[in-house]
Design a protein around this ligand. Sequence first.
Ligand SMILES: C[S@@+](CC[C@H](N)C(=O)[O-])C[C@H]1O[C@@H](n2cnc3c(N)ncnc32)[C@H](O)[C@@H]1O
Length: 349
Amino acid sequence: MDNTEKKHQRRIRYKGTHPKSFEAKYKELEPEKYKETIAKVIEKGMTPAGMHRPICVTEILDFLDIKPGQIGMDATLGYGGHSEELLKKLNGKGHLYAVDQDPIELPKTKERLEKLGYNNQILTINHLNFSEIDLIASVSGQFDFVIADLGVSSMQIDNPERGFSFKSGGPLDLRMNPKVGISASMRLKEMTKDEIEGMLIENADEPYAKEIATEIVSHLHKGKDIALTSDLYQVICDALKFIPYRDRDEEIKKSSQRTFQAIRIDINHEYEVLYEFLEKLPTVLKPNGKVAILTFHSGEDRLVKKSFQHYFREGIYSAVSDGPIRPSMDEQSSNSRARSAKLRWAIKS
Ligand SMILES: C[S@@+](CC[C@H](N)C(=O)[O-])C[C@H]1O[C@@H](n2cnc3c(N)ncnc32)[C@H](O)[C@@H]1O
C-alpha cells in the first residue's frame, strides 16, 4: 500500500448536546423521569420510544371477564401492557403466566412489572416461544384465559440494533430471538430469486415482488452485501426506479414496509409457530376457557379465523367471534399502530 496515500479519516462528529445513540436519544426511555414528554408523544397519536401501548384493552377485558382466582396466560408479554391489565383484574388472586421469545426486552418487562408489585406469587414469566405453550400448561394446569397480541413490539421496531425497520439504520437482522436461527441478511443469501419472490407475495402481497427479488439477487451476485437495513432499502429503491417520479417515493415506502414484514415473517417462522399455537390451544384451555388473539396482517388473521372456525365446527369451541373486532375509531386515531389490528376470540366447549 502506498504510504503516502491519505488514510480515510472518519468525520469528527458534532459533540454538541444532540444524543447520538438510541439509548441517549429518547427521553421516553426513562418514563419515570419524563412523564410530560411521554404524555405529549401519546397525545400526538404516537408511541414513545422504548414503550408499547396495548391495543383493544377494553374489548379484550370485556370478553375475558376475568375473575380473581383464575389462571391465565399472556402468550406475547412484550412491554407487559396487556399483562398489567390482566393482573389488575386478578386482584392478587390466581396466577398469570406470561411468555415472550425476545430475550432482550423480556428482563426489562419483568423488572418493570416487579416494580409495580407483581412478583412470582402472582406472575410467572418465561422466555419461550408460544408454540410451546403446552410446556407451561403441563406445570400450571389448563388456563381460564389466554391472550396473544401477535407480531413485533414497538420497542423491537424502534431499536435500530434489531433491524426491524427501514426507517432506522442498523444490521439487517429481524429476529425476535437473536439467539436462534440466522439473520435476515444471511437468509437472503441462501434464497433463490423465485423463493424471494414467493416469500414477498405470500407474506406481504407485494405487487413488485418480481422486481425486488430480481434486484436483491443481482445485487448479491455482484458480490455486494445486503448487511444493513439501509442496504435493503437502497435495493428496493433501485428495483422501483421505473415507477414515475411523482408516485415513486410513496410506492418505495409501502414496498419497503411490506418487504421488511415479509422477511420478518419468514425469519421468525411466524406462520409455522402460530399454527402450532392454534393447534395446541384447545388442549391448554379449561372447559369454558377463553382465548383472544390480536393480529396485524391478513396472513395471520386468516390462520386464526380458520383455526377458530374449524374447531367450532368440530364442537371443540362452543362460540367464536362472528368476524374481526376492530379497535374503536378513537383508539385508531390516538394510536397509529392500532389501525391494522383485528381481534378474534373463541370459547372452549
Ligand atoms: C405486539 S407485542 C406484544 C405487546 C404486549 N401485548 C404489550 O401490551 O406490551 C408482540 C410480542 O410478542 C412476542 N412474540 C411474537 N411472536 C412470538 C412467539 N412465537 N412466541 C413468543 N413471543 C412472541 C414479540 O417478541 C413481542 O414482544
